[in-house]
Write a protein that binds this ligand. Structure first.
Ligand SMILES: Cc1ncc(COP(=O)(O)O)c(C=O)c1O
Length: 404
């Protein structure tokens, strides 16, 4: 099968809601750490990591060996039976999550983890409604789509009206004062799809005090920012704050589907009505997650993301000084964004052309933001300084060649 045949099959058999990057997309057949290969054998440096998933690299042998051994030994039973890996993973997470987060519920996707955290917030507070930040993205289920502030990702015309949208502590306080029925605020510490937007400094301390005064909880959505990506295990640690509930997915399994929401023992104690996820945290996905955590620690990926992130940011800021096309460089660690605009006008067309020419030059970059004009740099954390130089040289050329 070549790319054209793959596009035709995609059109024929997948739902048309599913979009793809690139006019002329490669058909990928293989991955190896920070590199991808298409069916013609061409190598690409991956700077998007399958949307911030492959933090430990594609087909990482250290992780694969452990997953394959587990698959040969015991693959699936569901959590109505006793098995070891899910318990080892829950204990391990309790040791690394911020604050007093202690008990986990394992499921399959970021949407499902957020849906569960919203449910637990309702059960724990006895309240119904929520606050979310504008430009946030929390998932595709009914409640998490309602929590999503980006209109692009709100496909359902009949979403429940249980959400207020607010950005600042002042706006959040005003809502809490006028409506006593708020169970939680859900926030990405660094908005991913919204265009790599870190929450303002001091935001979490301020809103935690407000929320707790009004009997409401803070849910940190670390689905995209978690597991060393930002230079710390979880992005909220940059703010010196700990949430009441936290959700995780993507990089936790490094490509094996797993997600979780977690709470303190006290909050978790309110979740007693039966709930279960058939595949959530099964022996294979829990083993993958344990191997991921071992690899992050052994290879010091938090430190690596922080150091390489500084190097990439410095390079992007130098590029910014030499062009009028980059309005802002934002983010933390290896979760960085460069917003493309010209004379104050967002440049989604330019963003697409830059992505296309970088792809032709052998680099896969992401894009996001309200206007789809933010270049997203979220590579596997195993890249090296040479990869960053290669990206920066080519990005400079791609911007120059595609200037409107
Ligand atoms: C911050 C955040 N939360 C939730 C989700 C939804 O995760 P999933 O696609 O695994 O359901 C995403 C997906 O991109 C995300 O970036």
């Amino acid at each position: 099968m070549n790319s054209n045949e793959a596009l035709e099959k995609r059109r024929e058999y997948l739902m048309p809601c599913l979009n793809h990057f690139y006019q002329d997309p490669p058909l990928f057949v293989r991955g190896e750490m920070q590199y991808l290969y298409d069916q013609g054998g061409k190598q690409y440096l991956d700077f998007f990591a399958g949307v911030s998933v492959m933090n430990c690299g594609h087909s990482n042998p250290f992780i694969l060996d452990r997953v394959i051994a587990q698959m040969r030994q015991l693959q699936h039973l569901s959590n109505i039976y006793l098995t070891g890996p899910i318990l080892a993973l829950a204990e391990r997470l309790a040791g690394i999550m911020p604050g007093d987060l202690h008990n986990s519920f394992f499921c399959m996707s970021g949407s499902e983890a957020n849906e569960g955290a919203l449910l637990l917030a309702r059960l724990a507070t006895g309240k119904r409604k929520f606050i979310a930040r504008r430009l946030g993205l929390h998932g595709r289920t009914n409640l998490t789509m309602a929590a999503t502030g980006l209109s692009l990702w709100r496909a359902d015309p009949f979403l429940p009206g249980d959400f207020y949208f607010a950005d600042t502590a002042e706006e959040i306080e005003a809502i809490l004062q006028q409506d006593e029925d708020i169970a939680a605020l859900i926030v990405e510490p660094i908005q991913g799809n919204g265009g790599i937007r870190p929450a303002p400094e001091g935001f979490f301390q301020e809103v935690l005090a407000l929320l707790h005064r009004h009997g409401a909880l803070l849910i940190a959505d670390e689905v995209q920012s978690g597991f060393a990506r930002t230079g710390k295990m979880f992005a909220i640690e940059h703010y010196g704050a700990a949430p009441d509930l936290m959700t995780m997915s993507k990089a936790l399994g490094n490509g094996i589907p797993i997600a979780a929401f977690a709470a303190s023992a006290e909050t978790a104690a309110r979740f007693t009505r039966p709930s279960a996820s058939t595949l959530g945290g099964n022996p294979v996905s829990a083993t993958a997650a344990l191997a991921v955590l071992d690899y992050i620690e052994a290879e010091r990926l938090c430190e690596r993301a922080a150091e390489l992130g500084d190097c990439l940011r410095a390079g992007l800021e130098t590029l910014q000084q030499g062009t009028d096309l980059i309005a802002e460089v934002r983010g933390k660690g290896l979760m960085l964004g460069a917003e493309l605009a010209l004379d104050g006008e967002p440049q989604p067309g330019l963003t697409d052309r830059v992505l296309e020419s970088l792809k032709d030059r052998g680099i896969i970059l992401g894009k996001n933001g309200l206007h789809r004009n933010v270049l997203a740099f979220q590579p596997p954390l195993v890249i090296n300084a040479g990869d960053i130089s290669f990206l920066l040289e080519n990005l400079k050329e791609a911007l120059r060649e595609n200037r409107p």
